[in-house]
Design a protein around this ligand. Sequence first.
Ligand code: IMP
Length: 423
Amino acid sequence: MGYTSIVGLQWGDEGKGRVVDYLSRDFFAVGRFQGGANAGHTVYLDKKSYVFHLMPTGLLREKVKGVIGAGVLIDPDVFLEEISWIEKRAGSLKERFFVDGRAHVVLPHHKEEDQWEEEKKGGIGTTKRGIGPAYRDLYARFGVRITELLGNNKNRALDRAITFNNQILGGRYGKPPISKENVLKKLNNFTEAISQFVANVPYLLADWDMGGKEILLEGAQGTLLDIFFGTYPFVTSSHTIGGGGAVGSGIPPHRIKKVIGVTKAYTTRVGGGPFPTELKGEEGNWIRERGKEYGATTGRPRRCGWLDLVALRYANLLNGTNEIVMTKLDVLSGLEKVKVCVFYKINEEKTQEFPMDSSQIGVVIPEYVELDGWDEDSVKEGIRGNALKYIKFVEDFLGIPVRYVSTGKEREEMVERPKEGWL
Ligand code: IMP
C-alpha cells in the first residue's frame, strides 16, 4: 500500500539502478516518472551488466510490473531496443509493462538539435538524447503525445510540432526543414510496438495502491540536476526530486510514504557546471579508475571528488529523505585519509547552506573533515573499522539513517544497517 520513491541525492550516477533492482524484490511494480533515455541505470547480475536507459529497472525481475508515467519522454529507438532485450532476458512484457498515453515522444530531430546545440560554445554537456528540446516542446505545447500518434489527430499534432521545429532548425542552426512524411516513416515500427502497452496510468496505479500493492518510483538523474533546484543551467529538464514522483506519474503526493535517497560514498558529476569538492589531479583520477567512473549512456569520464555533506543536506531537505543508501564504499578502500566536506566558505564566511546562485557554487571553498581510511578487508562480507566510522559520521551529520551500503557491484553485495545502528 502506497509508494516508495527512490531518488538520486547528487548529480546522477549514484547507483540508483542497482538499488532499485535490489529493493524491487519486495515490490509489486516499479515506475519511471521523469527524464528519458538520458538515464543509464546499470544492474550487474551473474557477472553480466544490464543498462536501462528508459525502461524501469525492476523489469529484470520477472514477477515485477513496470510503468512509465506521463512525465517521461519516450525515445522510440531506445524503446524498441530495450523492449527486445528485456523480453529475451525476462520474458514477455505483455500485461507486465504499461506506459501512460500522455507521455511525449522524442522526435528524431530533437536528438539532432541537442547535438547541434552542444557543438555551440558553452554547451551544457548533455547526453544528446534530445531531452532539452523535447521538454521545451512539451512545455511550449508543441509536443507530441503517444495518444496523438496513435489516434486520429496524428497529422494535426505532427504538423503543429514540425512547423514549430522547422523554424528553430532553420533560424538557429541553418538546417533544412524536415518533413512530416519522413518523421512518420521513422516512427512506424515504434507506433505499432507501443500500442499494446498504452494504459491510463493514474487509474492503474490507483487500483494497485488501493488494492494493497507496494509500488516503487524509480527516479532518474539526481537532485542537483533538478530543473528548479539544481545547478541551473547545468541541469536536466525535469523534476528529479521526490515531489517529481507524484507529478510525473499522476498520484496524490501524500501516497508517497517513504523517500529513499541514494548517494555514492564520494561525489561524481558528468557534463559541465559547478562541483565544489571536485578533485582535478591524481586523487580524482584514482577514484575514477577504481570506481570505473565512465558514463553508462555516453561513456564520458566522470568528474570525481570527495563526499559533499553540504550538498547532501540540501538534497535531503528537498526530498524529505527517510533513509539513505550509500553505494561504492569499497571504491575508497586503500586510501590513507578520506575527506568529507562539512562547510562552504564564501567570502571568508562559513556556511552550510547550498547557495541559490550557481556561479557562487562554482567559487565556494569547501572545508573538510579528514577521516582515517580503511583497507579492502574492512568492506568484505560486512563493514568494519574505519569504514564503519565513515558511515556513522555521515549518518550523524545528516541525521538520517544509512539503511544500506553497497560494497561491490553484484546484486547481493549490499549490507543492511543493523537494527541497533552501525556502531
Ligand atoms: P540532458 O539530461 O541530456 O539534457 O543533460 C543535462 C545534464 O544532465 C548534463 O550535465 C548531463 O550530463 C546530466 N545528466 C543527464 N542524465 C544523466 C544521468 O543519468 N546521469 C548523470 N548525469 C546526467
